[in-house]
Design a protein around this ligand. Structure first.
Ligand code: NAD
Ligand code: DAU
Length: 353
C-alpha cells in the first residue's frame, strides 16, 4: 500500500480534475485528498457527489490567485504533493477575456509555486509539485509531424500563451530553487462532466435539442482526442513514477478532423435517440472561424509509454459512445449548467457568427 500523504488537487471540481480526484480517493484510501477550487462557471461539485462522504476527501473553496489565502492554506495544511489543474481552460473565452487567463493561469500558478517553495524549503524530500498542462503550448502543426517533449514552445492563443508561461515558471522553480516538479502536456480530452462550451459536449447538447452544430471554418482542423479517464490514469502514473524535473507528453494517437468527428458523433446520437440515420448531421452548420485557429495538434507519447508503461485504454468509438451515454443519462446535469450564464455566453459566442 502506498504510504500516507496529503495531496492538494487544484481545480478538482472541473472536468479533468474531478476524474483525477475520484481516481486518487478510490485508489489510495490512506491518502488525504484536498480539492481546492473557487468554483467558476466550469467548477461543479455535482461532478464529485459520489465522494461527498469519502473519509479521505475534503473540499476547500478558494482562489489560487489570492496570495494571502494560498499562503495561509499552505501554512495550515501539510501537503506532500500538489497536482495543479485549476485554470481558465477554454480557448474561445481567452480570445474575449485574455486577462482572466493571465490572472488565473500565470499568477495563480506563481502563487502556488511560491507557497510550496516557502512551505517546503526546510526539505524538499518527498515533496512534488505536478503541473498539468496542454499540448497547445507547442503551437500548431502542419499536416505532418508530432509534438515531442523537446518541441519548441510556440503558443498562439491567449490561453496557450498563459499555459506556456505557467510551464516556464514551474521549470524556473525547479532550476532556481530545486523545487521538485513534473509537468505533463496532454492533447484534447473528452468524456463525462466536460462543460458544454467544448466541441464534443456542445454538439451532444445541441443534437439532443436539434440545434445547429457550429463548425468553425471548414471543419478541417485536427485534434488528437483522449478519453478523460485515460488522462487521469496517466496523471496518477506521472505523479507517482515520473522523474522529477521532466516533462511527459500524453496523447491518444487518435487524430480526427472536426468535421469527421462531428459526423461520427451525429451517427452515434441518431442511433441512441432512435432517429433516422443522417438526421443529426443535417444540423451541421459552418460558421466563422476561430481567430488564430491552430490547424493541427498531435502528440508523440513514446516517452510516457516507454518509461512509465502508459497507453490509452479506449478506442475512440467506444469512448465516444460511453460519453454520449453519460450525457444522455445525466440530462439534468446538462440542463442545470446550460441554464443561466451559459445562455449569455452562447449568444455572444455564436449569435453573430
Ligand atoms: P475546466 O475548465 O473544466 O476546470 C477548471 C477548474 O479550475 C474549474 O473547476 C474551476 O472552478 C477551477 N478554477 C478556475 N480558476 C480557479 C481559481 N482562480 N482558483 C481555484 N480554482 C479555479 O478545465 P479542464 O478541461 O478540466 O482542464 C483542467 C486542466 O487541464 C487545465 O489546467 C487545462 O489547461 C489542462 N488541460 C486540459 C485539456 C482538455 O482537453 N480539457 C487538455 C490538456 C490539458
Ligand atoms: O489540446 C488540448 C486543449 O484542448 C486543452 O488545453 C483546452 O483546455 C481544451 O479546451 C481543448 O482546446 P481546443 O480549442 O482544441 O478544444 P475545443 O473543444 O474548444 O475545440 C476543439 C476543436 O473544435 C477546435 O479545432 C475548435 C473547434 N470548434 C470548437 C467549438 C467550441 C468548433 O468547430 N466549433 C465549436 O463550437
Amino acid at each position: 500500500m502506498a504510504s500516507k500523504q496529503v495531496i492538494l488537487v487544484t481545480g478538482g471540481a472541473g472536468f479533468i480534475g474531478s476524474h483525477v480526484v475520484r481516481r486518487l480517493v478510490n485508489r489510495y484510501p490512506n491518502y488525504e485528498v484536498v480539492n481546492l477550487d473557487v468554483l467558476t462557471y466550469a467548477g461543479n461539485l455535482e461532478n464529485l457527489k459520489d465522494l461527498e462522504s469519502a473519509p479521505n476527501y475534503r473540499f476547500v473553496k478558494g482562489d489560487i490567485t489570492d496570495e494571502a489565502f494560498v499562503n495561509q492554506l499552505f501554512a495550515e495544511e501539510h501537503f506532500d504533493g500538489i497536482i495543479h489543474l485549476a485554470a481558465e481552460s477554454h480557448v474561445d473565452r481567452s480570445i474575449t477575456t485574455p486577462l482572466a487567463f493571465v490572472q488565473t493561469n500565470v499568477m495563480g500558478t506563481a502563487n502556488l509555486l511560491n507557497a510550496a517553495r516557502k512551505q517546503w524549503e526546510a526539505s524538499f524530500q518527498g515533496k512534488l509539485f505536478y503541473h498539468v498542462s496542454t499540448d497547445e503550448v507547442y503551437g500548431s502543426l502542419g499536416k505532418e509531424g508530432l509534438f515531442t517533449e523537446t518541441t519548441s514552445y510556440d503558443p498562439r492563443s491567449p490561453y496557450s500563451a498563459s499555459k506556456a508561461s505557467s510551464d516556464h515558471l514551474v521549470r524556473a522553480y525547479w532550476h532556481t530553487y530545486g523545487l521538485p516538479i513534473v509537468i505533463s502536456n496532454c492533447s484534447n480530452n473528452y468524456g463525462p462532466n466536460q462543460f458544454p462550451e467544448k466541441l464534443i459536449p456542445l454538439c451532444i447538447n445541441n443534437i439532443r435539442k436539434s440545434l445547429p452544430l457550429p463548425i468553425y471554418g471548414k471543419g478541417e482542423n485536427v485534434r488528437d482526442w483522449l478519453y478523460v479517464e485515460d488522462h487521469a490514469t496517466a496523471i496518477d502514473l506521472v505523479y507517482h513514477q515520473g522523474k522529477h524535473g521532466e516533462t511527459y507528453n500524453i496523447g491518444g494517437h487518435n487524430e480526427w478532423t472536426n468535421i469527421d468527428l462531428v459526423r461520427q458523433l451525429c451517427a452515434i446520437m441518431d442511433t441512441k435517440l432512435g432517429r433516422e440515420a443522417g438526421t443529426s448531421a443535417q444540423l451541421i452548420t459552418f460558421v466563422k472561424d476561430r481567430a488564430g485557429h491552430d490547424l493541427r495538434y498531435a502528440i508523440d507519447a513514446a516517452k510516457i509509454e516507454q518509461e512509465l508503461g502508459w497507453t490509452p485504454s479506449l478506442q475512440f468509438e467506444e469512448g465516444l459512445t460511453k460519453t454520449v451515454d453519460w450525457y444522455l443519462a445525466n440530462q439534468t446535469w446538462l440542463d442545470n449548467i446550460t441554464s443561466g450564464d451559459y445562455q449569455g455566453y452562447y449568444e455572444q459566442q455564436y449569435h453573430s457568427r
